[in-house]
Write a protein that binds this ligand. Structure first.
Ligand SMILES: Nc1ncnc2c1ncn2[C@@H]1O[C@H](COP(=O)(O)OP(=O)(O)OP(=O)(O)O)[C@@H](O)[C@H]1O
Length: 267
């Protein structure tokens, strides 16, 4: 069995059993190479679910399997092996401020003790992939917000993980930059075919990027929709004007009534 399997996962942060759990018996299977967006109102558990898949959070009950192997409750060696295959990109880029873009991309390779020449070669290749070869020598504060997120993506891809977990990676950039980052991410994904789980508040972003959009609701955190997006790729920004796109976004929005502000939906 390959891919990601979330099997009946419940998560309670609060032990008070009278309160609804943050995640309630979540079941979700993601195939290798699939791009899945997680959508839902604030506090419905998207980040918790993503962190669970990335081994940063333990389920109260149920299990997470990566390529058929149990992540939850696994030995340290097994966890390390499974998580070596997972890359993270967060809303905050977490770049080291004293290191230039190239050296930041090389960090995970250093951790894995990849020899220096090989590190540089891979880091240069990754920066080229995200269109930032020219910025290799720049420090994070010399880069725009969008460029910093691209460096963070290059860093996450540097050790070639099969799975990329992205938590609102473009939530803090302006609308125009977000559009270009979405185009860029689609191009990279089509080139590299990673399995991507992408948390977002933006309905159009989810529809633009994903093969499947999974909608959650809060209290208890449950999946209320799992919708396949059939718009052909590569999708251009103009795809958002098509009937198919508009019908898909309308259907998703129908699940996102209370709790998702008009401002969030407009992003
Ligand atoms: N470590 C924690 N300890 C206690 N409660 C937590 C913890 N992490 C998350 N929660 C709670 O779990 C719920 C879901 O949080 P989570 O961050 O997963 O939601 P989200 O859908 O990603 O929200 P947002 O869209 O606002 O980022 C929230 O009520 C949150 O307060």
């Amino acid at each position: 069995m390959t891919g990601i399997h979330v099997d009946s996962v419940t998560k309670r942060f609060d032990q008070d059993a009278t309160k609804p759990p943050t995640l309630d018996e979540i079941g979700l299977s993601i195939a290798d190479g699939e791009f899945v967006a997680l959508l839902g109102p604030s506090g419905c558990g998207k980040t918790t679910l993503l962190r669970m898949i990335g081994g940063l959070e333990q389920p109260t009950s149920g299990s997470v399997l990566i390529n058929g192997e149990q992540l939850s409750g696994a030995s340290k060696t097994t966890r390390r092996k499974l998580l070596a295959n997972v890359g993270f990109v967060f809303q905050e880029h977490n770049l080291l401020p004293w290191r230039n873009a190239l050296a930041n991309v090389a960090v995970p390779l250093e951790v894995r003790k990849v020899p220096k020449a090989e590190r540089l070669r891979i880091a240069e290749e990754m920066l080229a992939l995200v269109g930032l070869s020219e910025a290799a020598g720049k420090l994070p504060h010399e880069l725009s917000g969008g460029m910093r997120q691209r460096v963070a993506i290059a860093r996450a891809l540097a050790y070639d993980p099969d799975i990329l977990l992205m938590d609102e990676p473009f939530g803090a950039v302006d609308a125009q930059t977000r559009d270009s980052l979405n185009l860029e991410l689609q191009r990279i994904w089509m080139q590299r075919r990673k399995t991507v789980v992408f948390v977002t508040h933006s309905v159009p972003e989810a529809v633009f990027l994903a093969d499947r959009v999974v909608v959650m609701r809060a209290a208890p955190g449950q999946i209320v929709e799992d919708l396949r997006v059939t718009i052909p790729r590569p999708r251009s920004l103009d795809a958002s004007l098509t009937q198919d796109f508009l019908a898909t976004t309308a259907r998703l929005r129908s699940h996102l009534g209370e709790g998702t502000s008009a401002q969030e939906l407009a992003k």
